[in-house]
Design a protein around this ligand. Structure first.
Ligand code: ME8
Length: 652
């Protein structure tokens, strides 16, 4: 292939505080799909993944397991790499932030930003959440203590620190977002970032002195006590992997085409990272694409919550390609998805089995019965031009959908040609064509169906490489840049060939294959303290934690009427409500519902209020109750009485 255009695709580098779950697999599988598509379409592609190994969180995780930090990091980093190898992830480099070249590159970046006047020394005083490796001002803490992101207790930090002049970049960043409307995908996330930056950027503390598991400052700084802030260190991996600061060997791959992340780390990638790059005088990536959460029973799956699903177990039980298809098809990119075996089985039986697998069986049956397996496409256009046009029109729409991160729509659109094919068999009835002596038409139908299967499997290959390779073998063609160019993008059909019979690709699944999806804790031993805590919680039968009726009645639930509603200034999530619950004065409730309800929507509506919760502060505002609501993949809705009730009426 003569095209040398470069394409660089990255995943986040994952923390080695615990092993991978399906959230990590999701990010990596999307990135792998993009990388495979890139290569198929003839781009010179470099795909990077790896592990993030410095910082206080890792140091503490190692300590609780009585291991040296490096030995612990080595062990967990290997589990990530082994999983990606098991999953045949087509990465070109697996970077570790403990690699020498990376460390040198980060130091070079620090020196360059310092020389450019973007770094100065001062004292940092504030709160730090170790779990999120993030500094928070007091005003953002819950109850003056707890992290607004993960709810864990923060610690007060006062130490000498170097700062990066992030505040200097506010205007340039806003200008950049405006000039590059597709920089942050999906678009809804872009608005969030813009609002945040408009709210004002504070300079960023980028070194720490209270621990030492990190990259040291460049020698010329003569500051042996300081180590780099883990996010500065980590973000630089995207360029140090290309040789930044050492041999620059692959820097011509920069800038990246797509940097894939989860929405938890959008701020770091859409604000800090571009500002660092501007300071270094390097171009910015084309897209920062942030996907949503995989949840379990509505809660974000996370290593620290211990509610995670082991991707290997799922892939072993249901097939790796099926699992890949499910993840990418089930959830619109950017939205959240609850993981369920039922949804996975439905996708396999329906989309894959009924639509795709069955079509292959039909063409195997048809060509076997009437033509001893032979397929010839010479008359396809003569008899089935309308069907071909429909198929090509669908295929043409695909590529922009993929790089716009509308992967579920890509797959949806890719299924249309399969519908055309299945419909053509039903409509033209090959058995009748044969009975009526229309052998040419029947053979052309064979050619049409085979061509559709070939075209679909080329475009599906990046998502389901193994299955599509099997289909291509049965249809005697190769999936590569040539067939992509000529058959998937172009209108070529298959050369005459003899179909090879293969076993059904998607045998029907009647029952869930995993009795219960094991929490991943079973695989890696948890620190003793946490195991005990989770045991204490579960005096349960089959996963349900029962409570007594008295315990239930300890919660005071009341119907309330919202009598005032406004937005909490500078908050993306919070509304401030005054709720009448039949007391002398209304209760002030700060509710995290602004993504789904405006203040106007809430005014004069009824809600269900937990009335005896200890008051808590959210963004410095006291909240004296909590509203009942329910959230699934389509969003959040309030729980309300079916008919109007007097404010203060008890629920129970
Ligand atoms: O944040 N659903 O590492 P991390 C979907 N080291 N994706 C999920 C997920 C879930 N429930 N949980 C995690 C870090 N992810 C830093 C990154 S990059 C310079 C440094 C995925 O191990 C998602 O991609 O906490 C998320 O952004 C990433 O794992 C966080 O991984």
């Amino acid at each position: 292939m003569s095209c040398h255009k470069k394409s660089y695709i990255t995943t986040p580098i994952y923390y080695v505080n615990d092993i991978a779950h399906i959230g990590h697999a999701y990010t990596t599988i999307i990135a792998d799909t993009l990388a495979r598509y890139s290569r198929l379409s003839g781009l010179d592609t470099f795909f990077l993944t790896g592990t993030d190994e410095h910082g206080q969180k890792i140091e503490e995780a190692a300590k609780t397991r009585n291991k040296s930090t490096k030995a612990y990091a080595d062990e967990i980093s290997d589990t990530f790499r082994n999983l990606w190898d098991d999953f045949d992830i087509s990465y070109d480099k697996f970077i570790r932030t403990t690699d020498d070249e990376h460390i040198k590159g980060v130091q070079k970046a620090f020196s360059t930003m310092y020389a450019n006047g973007d770094i100065y020394k001062d004292t940092y005083k504030g709160h730090y959440c170790i779990s999120c490796e993030t500094f928070f001002p007091l005003t953002q803490l819950v109850d003056d203590e707890f992290c607004p992101e993960c709810g864990k207790s923060t610690s007060v930090v006062e130490e000498d620190s170097y700062f990066f002049k992030l505040s200097n970049y506010q205007d340039r960043l806003l200008q950049y977002y405006e000039d590059h409307p597709n920089f942050i995908l999906p678009k809804s996330k872009r608005n969030e970032v813009i609002r945040f930056v408009e709210g004002g950027l504070m300079d960023l503390s980028i070194t720490r002195t209270s621990f030492d598991w990190g990259v040291k400052l460049p020698e010329e700084m003569n500051e042996p006590k300081h180590v780099m802030y883990v996010w500065l260190d980590a973000l630089m991996n995207y360029i140090t992997a290309l040789g930044y600061g050492t041999d620059d060997a692959k820097m011509d791959y920069w800038s990246a085409r797509v940097q894939l992340i989860g929405k938890d780390i959008l701020r770091f990638h859409a604000i800090y990272w571009p500002a660092f790059l501007m300071s270094l005088g390097l171009p910015l990536p084309t897209h920062i694409a942030a996907h949503g959460w995989w949840t379990r029973d509505g809660e974000k799956m996370s290593k620290s919550k211990g509610n995670v699903v082991n991707p290997k177990e799922v892939a072993d039980a249901y097939g790796l390609d099926n699992f890949r298809y499910f993840m990418l098809r089930e959830v619109p990119f950017g939205g959240d998805g609850d993981f369920s075996q039922k949804a996975l089985i439905d996708r396999i039986n329906s989309d894959l089995g009924n639509d795709l697998g069955n079509l292959l069986n039909r063409v195997i049956g048809m060509s076997g019965k009437y033509f001893e397996g032979r397929v010839d496409s010479k008359d396809v256009a003569k008899y089935y031009q309308a069907e071909l046009d429909e198929v090509h029109a669908s295929l043409e729409k695909l590529e922009p959908l993929l790089f716009d991160m509308q992967i579920h729509r890509y797959l949806e659109e890719l299924w249309r040609p399969l519908t055309v094919a299945n419909r053509a068999i039903d409509r033209y009835e090959p058995w009748n064509l044969m009975k009526n002596g229309k052998e040419d038409e029947a053979m052309a139908l064979n050619g049409l169906i085979s061509a559709i299967l070939a075209k679909v499997s080329i475009m599906l290959y990046p998502v389901m490489p193994e299955v599509c390779t099997k289909i291509s073998k049965a249809l005697d063609f190769t999936i590569d840049n040539n067939s992509w160019e000529n058959m998937a993008k172009g209108t070529d059909l298959l050369e005459p060939f003899v179909l090879t019979k293969i076993d059904p690709l998607f045998p029907r699944i009647e029952e869930p294959r995993l009795a219960q999806i094991e929490p991943i804790d079973k695989v890696v031993e948890k620190p003793k303290k946490e195991v005990k805590k989770s045991k204490e919680k579960s005096n349960d039968t089959e996963g349900i934690a029962f409570i007594g009726i008295d315990q239930f009645f300890q919660t005071s639930l009341k119907v309330g009427t919202v009598v005032e509603a406004s937005e909490v200034p500078k908050s993306k999530k919070l509304l401030l409500l005054q709720v009448d619950i039949g007391e002398e004065t209304p209760r002030q409730v700060v509710a995290g519902i602004k993504e789904w309800y405006s203040a106007e929507d809430m005014l004069n509506t009824q809600v269900c209020v937990v009335a005896n919760l200890k008051p808590a502060k959210l963004m410095g505002i006291e909240s004296q109750g909590m509203l009942l609501a329910s959230k699934d993949k389509d969003g959040l809705c309030m729980i309300r009485p079916e008919k109007p009730k007097t404010a203060g009426t008890p629920i129970g």
